[in-house]
Design a protein around this ligand. Structure first.
Ligand code: 5GP
Length: 185
Protein backbone atom coordinates (compact mmCIF):
# COMPACT_ATOMS: atom_id res chain seq x y z
CA UNK A 1 0.00 0.00 0.00
CA UNK A 2 1.61 3.22 -1.11
CA UNK A 3 -1.09 5.44 0.43
CA UNK A 4 -1.30 7.56 -2.69
CA UNK A 5 -2.46 5.65 -5.77
CA UNK A 6 -3.89 2.93 -3.55
CA UNK A 7 -6.34 5.43 -1.99
CA UNK A 8 -7.92 6.15 -5.36
CA UNK A 9 -11.25 4.54 -6.13
CA UNK A 10 -11.80 5.64 -9.71
CA UNK A 11 -9.74 7.65 -12.19
CA UNK A 12 -12.04 10.39 -13.48
CA UNK A 13 -9.55 12.01 -15.86
CA UNK A 14 -6.33 10.36 -16.92
CA UNK A 15 -3.02 12.23 -17.19
CA UNK A 16 -3.27 11.89 -21.00
CA UNK A 17 -6.79 13.32 -21.14
CA UNK A 18 -5.72 16.28 -18.98
CA UNK A 19 -2.61 16.87 -21.04
CA UNK A 20 -4.38 17.00 -24.39
CA UNK A 21 -7.21 19.22 -23.12
CA UNK A 22 -4.74 21.63 -21.47
CA UNK A 23 -2.85 21.91 -24.76
CA UNK A 24 -6.12 22.71 -26.57
CA UNK A 25 -7.00 25.37 -24.01
CA UNK A 26 -3.51 26.84 -24.21
CA UNK A 27 -3.82 27.21 -27.97
CA UNK A 28 -7.25 28.81 -27.61
CA UNK A 29 -5.84 31.33 -25.15
CA UNK A 30 -2.87 31.95 -27.39
CA UNK A 31 -5.23 32.79 -30.27
CA UNK A 32 -7.57 34.97 -28.18
CA UNK A 33 -4.77 36.96 -26.56
CA UNK A 34 -2.64 37.41 -29.67
CA UNK A 35 -0.76 40.73 -29.47
CA UNK A 36 -1.42 41.01 -25.72
CA UNK A 37 0.59 40.17 -22.63
CA UNK A 38 -1.98 38.65 -20.28
CA UNK A 39 -1.50 38.11 -16.58
CA UNK A 40 -2.35 34.60 -15.44
CA UNK A 41 -3.45 34.61 -11.81
CA UNK A 42 -3.26 31.20 -10.16
CA UNK A 43 -5.46 30.58 -7.17
CA UNK A 44 -3.32 28.79 -4.63
CA UNK A 45 -2.89 26.08 -3.97
CA UNK A 46 -5.07 23.87 -6.15
CA UNK A 47 -4.34 25.61 -9.46
CA UNK A 48 -0.55 25.16 -9.40
CA UNK A 49 -0.31 22.15 -11.72
CA UNK A 50 -2.90 23.53 -14.14
CA UNK A 51 -1.24 26.95 -14.19
CA UNK A 52 2.21 25.44 -14.79
CA UNK A 53 0.94 23.36 -17.71
CA UNK A 54 -1.39 25.86 -19.35
CA UNK A 55 1.14 28.67 -19.37
CA UNK A 56 3.64 26.36 -21.07
CA UNK A 57 1.00 25.45 -23.65
CA UNK A 58 0.47 29.10 -24.48
CA UNK A 59 3.23 30.84 -26.43
CA UNK A 60 2.54 34.41 -25.36
CA UNK A 61 4.63 36.99 -23.49
CA UNK A 62 2.52 36.37 -20.40
CA UNK A 63 3.10 37.07 -16.71
CA UNK A 64 2.14 34.96 -13.71
CA UNK A 65 0.96 35.93 -10.25
CA UNK A 66 -0.73 34.13 -7.38
CA UNK A 67 -3.45 34.76 -4.87
CA UNK A 68 -4.18 32.52 -1.91
CA UNK A 69 -7.61 32.36 -0.39
CA UNK A 70 -9.22 30.47 2.43
CA UNK A 71 -12.88 29.68 2.39
CA UNK A 72 -14.48 29.46 5.78
CA UNK A 73 -16.12 26.09 6.10
CA UNK A 74 -15.03 22.50 6.12
CA UNK A 75 -12.30 20.88 4.06
CA UNK A 76 -14.81 19.52 1.56
CA UNK A 77 -17.40 22.31 1.39
CA UNK A 78 -17.00 26.01 0.75
CA UNK A 79 -19.09 28.67 2.45
CA UNK A 80 -18.61 31.66 0.18
CA UNK A 81 -16.98 33.69 2.92
CA UNK A 82 -13.50 34.13 1.57
CA UNK A 83 -10.40 35.49 3.22
CA UNK A 84 -7.35 36.55 1.19
CA UNK A 85 -4.30 34.88 2.73
CA UNK A 86 -1.82 36.12 0.13
CA UNK A 87 -2.68 38.96 -2.17
CA UNK A 88 -1.32 39.61 -5.67
CA UNK A 89 2.03 41.27 -6.14
CA UNK A 90 1.02 42.76 -9.50
CA UNK A 91 -1.15 45.80 -10.13
CA UNK A 92 -4.16 44.78 -12.24
CA UNK A 93 -5.03 48.20 -13.62
CA UNK A 94 -5.24 48.05 -17.43
CA UNK A 95 -4.08 44.40 -17.56
CA UNK A 96 -5.69 41.46 -19.33
CA UNK A 97 -6.24 39.09 -16.44
CA UNK A 98 -7.02 35.37 -16.60
CA UNK A 99 -8.02 33.86 -13.29
CA UNK A 100 -6.87 30.24 -13.22
CA UNK A 101 -8.86 27.95 -10.94
CA UNK A 102 -8.69 24.21 -10.31
CA UNK A 103 -12.38 23.48 -9.85
CA UNK A 104 -15.59 25.45 -9.90
CA UNK A 105 -17.97 23.90 -7.40
CA UNK A 106 -20.59 26.24 -5.90
CA UNK A 107 -18.85 29.18 -7.60
CA UNK A 108 -18.86 31.15 -4.36
CA UNK A 109 -15.07 31.47 -4.13
CA UNK A 110 -14.69 32.67 -7.71
CA UNK A 111 -17.66 34.98 -7.43
CA UNK A 112 -16.02 36.71 -4.50
CA UNK A 113 -12.66 36.89 -6.26
CA UNK A 114 -14.10 38.29 -9.47
CA UNK A 115 -15.83 41.09 -7.59
CA UNK A 116 -12.63 41.82 -5.73
CA UNK A 117 -10.51 41.82 -8.94
CA UNK A 118 -12.95 44.07 -10.81
CA UNK A 119 -12.41 46.83 -8.25
CA UNK A 120 -8.75 46.82 -9.33
CA UNK A 121 -9.78 47.90 -12.85
CA UNK A 122 -8.24 45.30 -15.17
CA UNK A 123 -8.68 45.89 -18.94
CA UNK A 124 -10.36 42.46 -19.09
CA UNK A 125 -11.01 39.58 -16.74
CA UNK A 126 -11.74 35.98 -17.72
CA UNK A 127 -11.94 32.70 -15.86
CA UNK A 128 -10.07 29.58 -16.86
CA UNK A 129 -11.20 26.58 -14.79
CA UNK A 130 -9.90 23.08 -15.29
CA UNK A 131 -13.00 21.41 -13.87
CA UNK A 132 -16.59 22.55 -13.56
CA UNK A 133 -18.82 20.49 -11.29
CA UNK A 134 -22.22 19.86 -12.72
CA UNK A 135 -25.32 21.01 -10.91
CA UNK A 136 -23.63 22.60 -7.93
CA UNK A 137 -23.33 26.27 -8.87
CA UNK A 138 -25.00 28.63 -6.45
CA UNK A 139 -24.04 31.61 -8.56
CA UNK A 140 -24.18 31.65 -12.35
CA UNK A 141 -20.61 31.62 -13.58
CA UNK A 142 -19.74 30.31 -16.99
CA UNK A 143 -15.95 30.37 -17.34
CA UNK A 144 -14.87 31.43 -20.85
CA UNK A 145 -12.23 28.70 -20.68
CA UNK A 146 -13.05 25.35 -19.11
CA UNK A 147 -11.34 22.00 -19.25
CA UNK A 148 -13.92 19.40 -18.30
CA UNK A 149 -17.35 19.16 -16.82
CA UNK A 150 -17.33 16.63 -13.99
CA UNK A 151 -19.98 14.91 -11.93
CA UNK A 152 -20.71 16.10 -8.43
CA UNK A 153 -18.15 13.92 -6.67
CA UNK A 154 -15.22 14.94 -4.48
CA UNK A 155 -12.06 14.58 -6.55
CA UNK A 156 -8.33 14.81 -5.86
CA UNK A 157 -5.14 14.94 -7.90
CA UNK A 158 -3.48 17.28 -10.41
CA UNK A 159 -3.29 19.99 -7.75
CA UNK A 160 -6.49 19.10 -5.90
CA UNK A 161 -6.05 17.89 -2.35
CA UNK A 162 -7.80 16.22 0.48
CA UNK A 163 -6.26 17.37 3.73
CA UNK A 164 -3.18 18.60 1.76
CA UNK A 165 -2.56 15.19 0.20
CA UNK A 166 -2.89 13.83 -3.34
CA UNK A 167 -1.97 17.11 -5.12
CA UNK A 168 0.92 15.34 -6.84
CA UNK A 169 -1.18 12.66 -8.51
CA UNK A 170 -0.84 13.13 -12.29
CA UNK A 171 -4.54 12.29 -12.82
CA UNK A 172 -7.85 13.28 -11.21
CA UNK A 173 -9.76 10.65 -9.28
CA UNK A 174 -12.15 9.91 -6.47
CA UNK A 175 -11.10 8.56 -3.09
CA UNK A 176 -12.03 5.16 -1.78
CA UNK A 177 -14.92 5.10 0.71
CA UNK A 178 -13.80 5.76 4.26
CA UNK A 179 -10.93 8.09 3.37
CA UNK A 180 -13.02 11.27 3.33
CA UNK A 181 -14.20 11.48 6.90
CA UNK A 182 -16.99 13.97 6.43
CA UNK A 183 -20.27 12.99 4.78
CA UNK A 184 -20.63 14.77 1.47
CA UNK A 185 -24.06 15.87 0.33
P1 5GP B 1 -16.54 26.79 -4.58
O1 5GP B 1 -16.40 28.10 -3.87
O2 5GP B 1 -16.69 26.92 -6.09
O3 5GP B 1 -17.64 25.95 -3.99
O4 5GP B 1 -15.26 25.93 -4.25
C1 5GP B 1 -14.08 26.11 -4.90
C2 5GP B 1 -12.95 25.47 -4.14
O5 5GP B 1 -13.39 24.37 -3.32
C3 5GP B 1 -11.97 24.88 -5.11
O6 5GP B 1 -11.01 25.82 -5.52
C4 5GP B 1 -11.37 23.76 -4.31
O7 5GP B 1 -10.33 24.26 -3.51
C5 5GP B 1 -12.49 23.30 -3.42
N1 5GP B 1 -13.19 22.15 -4.02
C6 5GP B 1 -14.42 22.12 -4.56
N2 5GP B 1 -14.73 20.89 -5.02
C7 5GP B 1 -13.64 20.13 -4.79
C8 5GP B 1 -13.32 18.75 -5.06
O8 5GP B 1 -14.10 17.94 -5.61
N3 5GP B 1 -12.10 18.33 -4.65
C9 5GP B 1 -11.20 19.14 -4.03
N4 5GP B 1 -10.04 18.62 -3.70
N5 5GP B 1 -11.45 20.44 -3.77
C10 5GP B 1 -12.67 20.92 -4.15
Amino acid sequence: MDGLHSDIDEVVLSAEQIKSRVIELGLELEKDYQGKSPLFVGILRGAIMFLADITRACQLPLAVDFIAVASYGSSTRSSGVVRILKDLDEDLRGRHVILVEDILDTGLTLNYLIKNMRTRQPASLEICALLVKQGKQKVILEPRYQGFKVEDKFVVGYGLDYDERYRNLPYVGTLKPGIVEEELD
